[in-house]
Ligand binder design. Structure first.
Ligand code: XMP
Length: 515
């Protein structure tokens, strides 16, 4: 599939910072296209997209060590504006003749920074002092010739410098994180005032271009097959392609038996409304027997992943004759699988792990969008808002929320308990403000008493977390009355449950899911 028009945006060179994706998302919040490249990408590849500016990300290494990730000095000649953030700033200093050394203590977390006026456009109009987010050990101790410092931290360390008339600048702190005051303003000054970008990355236009690119790729006769998971990405991808492929798109929905209460009929009904041609394969028996007696979380995930691909492959081969395999790959998947900056993937082997006898080409219309952008495209394709706003749900479904060995009975208990919890949360009007809420069935039985009779029942854990990107999370303080009501309802209405507990652990140290 032909690439979209990516010109005139911001290229981000990734030096391994945990915030690189965040920088790219922030740039797009200003309706400016951003693209992440690995630090060692060919310069020609960056220039193909004709970026109006470059950002060098942070990174965990020391710019002065001999094997550290580096940047070609020709990118720092001022012909394209460059902003170095944290490691990026140290790298610029190091490459252009400055001095980078280990600081005495390093600076971590919220730090006060003072600006000198009239030197950098990035800090123009900001208060003289602000709190910013720092995370570094090395410091820029000597500036390159021609560079001028415009920001200093309370320890006296250089927190920002500018050179080549503003075409090359560095910030020691992270303007992309929420904890930096005026961070968005600083990025906006760089993107618009320094680089001269135009806010022309509009999702409505993107959709038009994506439809054109898909049409061109598949022509008038190619057939396409797509695996629908019941999640947002594959649904949006299928709805998009069906606009141009119509009946030539065949979707397969592999029902592994680990979906939530009523989820399968609801999702199938929505697919019908979207006029997708979907074949549901009930493989729940196969999944359960493959997992019989398996308790290790990793084994469960591996068995489910492999069987999923096998069932999908059988169906796709049965449909036969498809030239394209449609996938809902999104930009973070591309970044995380280390494929950024590379050529468009030519073979399905690189991603889905599908066997070699399916000679299909990959169609990945969403591969340059972030999740929030996919959610915003959804309504333009008539996908209902309540579906797009659903809490994240893991691919292996309830299998990784039903701890210990799986059987139908325990899965039904979990489904019923989870349904009560979620419907009470919805009833209290809290659903949309929570990142994720769900129940987990523990592999623990406990003693209780009901009507003077001893019971020995299952244990359900409730979990509700707040998060921005699932990288970290904290427990949501649900109203106590809600917790009590849900507990009573689960114990009263779900046969076999004798105890309900609340998980209030953050991430870290826990993960959001239990397995
Ligand atoms: P953890 O448990 O690692 O989860 O804190 C982070 C986020 O990812 C979701 N998750 C998954 N999503 N397939 C998915 O599509 C998976 O296998 C999977 N495992 C975890 C999890 O629900 C949370 O939102």
């Amino acid at each position: 599939m032909k690439d979209m028009d990516r010109r005139g945006g911001i290229a981000i060179l990734d030096f391994g910072s945990q915030y690189t994706q965040l920088i790219a998302r922030r740039v797009r919040e200003f309706e400016v296209f951003s693209e992440i490249f690995p630090w060692d990408v060919r310069i020609g590849r960056i220039k193909e997209s004709e970026p109006k500016g470059i950002i060098l990300s942070g990174g965990p290494r020391s710019a002065t060590s001999s094997d550290a990730p580096t940047v070609d000095a020709s990118l720092l000649d001022g012909s394209i504006p460059v902003l170095g953030i944290c490691y990026g700033m140290q790298l610029i200093a190091h490459k252009l003749g400055g001095r980078v050394e280990k600081g005495r203590l390093g600076e971590y977390g919220r730090t006060r920074v003072r600006f000198d006026r009239g030197i950098s456009r990035i800090s123009e109009g900001l208060p003289e002092e602000i709190d910013v987010w720092m995370s570094h050990w090395d410091e820029v101790r000597g500036l390159p010739d021609d560079a001028e410092r415009f920001a200093s931290s309370e320890s006296g360390a250089c927190a920002g410098f500018v050179m080549m008339g503003g075409r090359v600048q560095g910030l020691q702190f992270h303007p992309e994180v929420e904890s930096t005051e005026h961070g968005r303003e600083m990025l906006s000054r760089y993107i618009f005032d320094v680089c001269g970008c135009e806010p022309n990355w509009k999702l409505g236009d993107w959709l038009g271009r994506a439809l054109g690119a898909v049409s061109e790729a598949i022509g008038g006769t190619d057939r396409i097959v797509c695996g629908l998971s019941g999640g947002v990405d594959s649904t949006v991808a299928a709805a998009l392609v069906s606009r141009t492929a119509g009946e030539r798109l065949d979707c397969v929905f592999v029902d592994h038996g680990f979906m939530r209460q009523n989820e399968v009929p609801q999702v199938l009904e929505m697919y019908k409304q979207l006029r997708l041609k979907v074949r549901r394969v009930d493989a729940s028996e196969r999944f359960l027997s493959a997992l019989s007696g398996v308790t290790s979380p990793e084994r469960k995930r591996k068995i489910i992943g492999e069987l999923f691909v096998r069932v999908f492959e059988e169906e796709a081969l049965r449909l036969g004759g498809a030239r394209w395999l449609l996938q809902g790959t999104i930009y973070p998947d591309v970044i995380e699988s280390g494929l950024v900056g590379g050529d468009v993937i030519k073979s399905h082997h690189n991603v889905g792990g599908l066997p070699g006898d399916m000679e299909m080409k990959l169609l990945e219309p969403l591969r340059e969008l972030f999740k929030d952008e996919v959610r915003r495209i959804g309504p333009l394709l008539n996908i209902p808002g309540h579906f797009l706003k659903r809490h994240p749900f893991p691919g292996p479904g309830l299998a990784v929320r039903c701890l210990g060995a799986l059987d139908r009975e325990r899965l039904d208990i979990l489904r019923a308990a989870d349904d009560i919890f979620i419907s009470e949360i919805r009833g209290a009007g809290l659903y949309d403000s929570i990142w994720q809420a769900f129940c987990v069935l523990l592999p623990v039985k406990s003693v209780g008493v009901a009507g003077d009779v001893r019971t020995y029942g299952e244990t359900v854990a409730m979990r509700a977390v707040a998060s921005l990107d699932a990288m970290t999370a904290e427990s949501v303080r649900l109203p106590w009355e809600l917790i009590e009501r849900v507990t009573k309802r689960i114990c009263g209405e779900v046969r076999g449950v004798g105890r309900v507990v609340m998980d209030v652990t953050g991430k870290p140290p826990a993960t959001i899911e239990w397995e």
